[in-house]
Write a protein that binds this ligand. Structure first.
Ligand code: PAF
Length: 279
């Protein structure tokens, strides 16, 4: 496994890779969700590359950039065990050179959900993902459905900019009790960890109601709000039933929709989603 930190080193290492390359962009503190992306990348490509970079521009001033969990030694050991070919671990100055002033913005798709809750977040994501796609020039790049808006926004930017990469969105990986895997789950104490299943419970209830024929967006949102409200440790930030293409809130649901939410539990702002209707 080749580990590089500067952009020129990355370019030289990339140039030596012959055959298809799958990229898994990460912020480190890897868990089984990341490993599932790596496995998909390995199945579909001859080589696999990973970036580990806690991207400062996607954190708001009052967010958890400093506290975001990091364990580079453990991450590198896991990537070595997974047979990853190339890892880039840049520092901030490598990604954002002194005086940088160029950003990538996806307009409408970033306005709601995480974009509304975290004003600078989506622009930080789209900027760093564009830089990663340019730096690695992979054939395919892998994202988790857990960050649904991020995945759809990246698909949009790749189409809009005509980048020669296929965006692959892989299913959310869950704990046995339904909690979606996330590096931020590390913030939860025992009581909060128990409460955190409320996201899965609320989304599952919406999915069951949809399967029984409920197509009223307000009813589905109210159903999820009631379940979250019954959990004393949970503070909802948004609860949404939105169009899968536009991410606009829906009143009357078509064949498919995206149910999603952000819920604060202690120090952790957890997000999760489910697609309602057949994939
Ligand atoms: O999902 C993440 O871990 C990050 O948002 C990403 C895609 C690596 C960009 O920093």
């Amino acid at each position: 496994m080749i580990i590089v930190s500067t952009l020129p080193e990355l370019r030289r290492a990339r140039a030596r890779i012959i055959g298809s390359l799958g990229l898994v962009p990460t912020m480190g503190y890897l868990h089984r969700g990341h490993l599932s992306l790596l496995q998909a990348a390995r199945e579909q490509n001859e080589h696999v590359a990973v970036s580990i970079f806690v991207n400062p521009t996607q954190f708001g001033a009052d967010e958890d950039l400093e506290d975001y969990p990091r364990d580079i030694e453990r991450d590198l050991a896991a990537l070595e065990a997974e047979g990853v070919d190339l890892v880039w671990t840049p520092d901030n100055a490598e990604v954002y050179p002194r005086g940088y002033q160029t950003c990538v913005t996806v307009e409408q798709l970033t306005r709601g959900l995480e974009g509304a809750r975290r004003p600078r977040h989506m622009r930080g994501v789209t900027t760093v993902v564009t830089k990663l796609l340019i730096a690695f020039t992979p054939e395919r790049a892998y994202f988790g459905q857990k960050d649904a808006q991020q995945a759809y926004v990246v698909r949009r930017l790749v189409a809009d900019l005509g980048l020669p990469v296929e965006v692959v969105v892989c299913p959310t990986i869950r704990e046995p009790d339904g909690l979606a895997l996330s590096s931020r789950n590390a913030y939860l104490n025992t009581e909060q960890r128990r409460a955190a299943t409320v996201l899965f419970r609320a989304l599952s209830a919406a999915r069951a109601a949809f399967a029984k024929g409920q197509r009223d967006g307000d009813e589905l949102r109210a159903l999820m709000e009631d379940i979250v409200a019954a959990e004393p440790l949970a503070a909802p930030e948004y609860i949404s039933v939105a169009d899968l293409e536009t991410l606009q809130e829906l009143q009357q649901l078509p064949e498919q929709a995206l149910a999603s939410m952000a819920v604060r539990i202690g120090a952790a702002a957890l997000i999760d989603n489910m697609v309602l209707g057949k994939a």
